[in-house]
Design a protein around this ligand. Structure first.
Ligand code: MG
Length: 363
């Protein structure tokens, strides 16, 4: 949080304008935006901490959840937004439209909400084929039907040739949260069990295969899927769920680190319990990538108290895409705010944020 300078104001002081004391401008690691600022890693976090959060700080935003939880009248709403710049636009298992709809739906689901309404805004580059736009829109229609949401408003803008990359899609979503449902980072407790809903790394490797023309192209499909059903199934069983987070850019590792830092507790995970298919593991080895940091679009982690863990695992086993789910770790009674990983071999070590993204423009 930015605080006002305590030194007396002087003429010519850069923090003083029109005699009013202003906040000092936070120092950033870079003086201009790099592709790494979009990766969800350390550079993205720096933008959030030093530009966006100080400017917009409010109780809903400061919860650092997947969406904002808002009360209006007698209703509790979840509200979220996402921009999508994935390249290429089409890849095995999905496309930019499917990712846009499911990505927004999943952020609402992670708040414990029933997703209801979406907006869709398109930035189109002059020259992009109408057929491409038709295919993306048809995919969004189908994805919205699958997820049980309606696209109720939208916008279209066009930029000159060379000033876009085909098309970008920005979506926002609104859902309803039932009374009594309280899910978010603040509820994570020491002793909570961490459950992963399925295997990781497919989305990132599917996109990478097409982009780079790799030999394993087509062998790996994106995991892009809605998470509405497994979340509804967990809530229908009245299982106590403390927090959920979908794994997107930055992968499993970044999601765990964000939550450990936000809650200020230590999370310990065991790599041997994390499901990765042979195909994804092999592709990651070829490219020198760590599957823990590779993007997903249809997987999530949930934090549940120990007594609910086996029941939650059973619910996810029958409802979550990409299963079977697995218990991958626990929250420790330590305020380190770190994630400790036990690797296949060797001692436990701290998992750290990557600077940017292993694979830029993945969603
Ligand atoms: Mg999310």
């Amino acid at each position: 949080m930015v605080t006002a300078s305590k030194t007396p104001a002087r003429a010519g002081d850069p923090h003083v304008a029109s005699g009013v004391l202003e906040c000092p401008v936070p120092i950033l690691e870079r003086s201009e935006i790099t592709i790494g600022h979009g990766g969800g890693g350390r550079l993205t976090e720096e933008l959030l901490d030093k530009i966006f959060r100080p400017a917009f700080s409010n109780p809903a935003l400061d919860c650092r959840h997947d969406g904002a939880l808002l009360r209006t009248g007698g209703e509790r709403l979840a509200f979220t937004t996402d921009s999508h710049v994935v390249s290429p636009l089409f890849f095995p298992g999905g496309d930019i439209g499917k990712v846009a709809v499911f990505g927004t739906v999943n952020d609402l689901a992670m708040c414990g909400a029933r997703p209801l309404w979406l907006s869709a805004a398109f930035i189109l580059e002059e020259g992009v084929s109408i057929d491409v736009l038709r295919r993306v829109v048809a995919s969004m229609k189908s994805a919205a039907e699958t997820a049980g949401v309606t696209i109720v408003t939208g916008d279209t803008k066009v930029v000159e040739r060379g000033k876009g990359d085909g098309l970008y899609v920005t979506t926002a979503g609104v859902g309803l949260v039932d009374e009594g449902v309280s899910i978010g980072p603040a509820r994570i407790e020491a002793g909570d069990v961490v459950i992963l809903s399925g295997d990781i790394g497919r989305h990132g490797m599917a996109v990478m295969a097409v982009r780079e023309g790799m030999a394993f192209e087509g062998a790996i499909e994106s995991d892009c899927a809605p998470l509405v059903e497994p979340v509804a199934a967990l809530l229908a069983e009245y299982l106590e769920v403390h927090c959920m987070r979908d794994l997107t850019r930055g992968g499993l590792a970044t999601a765990l680190i964000e939550l450990a830092e936000t809650r200020g507790l230590e999370i310990a995970v065991d790599e041997r319990s994390i499901p990765v298919t042979e195909e994804v593991r092999g592709a990651c080895e070829i490219l020198g990538l760590d599957p823990l940091y590779v993007a997903n679009e249809g997987r999530f982690i949930c934090f549940v108290p120990e007594p609910s863990a086996l029941a939650a695992l059973a619910v996810l086993a029958r409802s979550a895409p990409g299963g079977p789910p697995a218990i991958i770790g626990r929250v420790r009674d330590s305020s380190s705010g770190e994630v400790m990983l036990r690797r296949q071999v060797g001692a436990e070590r701290i998992l750290s944020r990557l600077s940017g993204e292993q694979l830029p423009r993945i969603c």
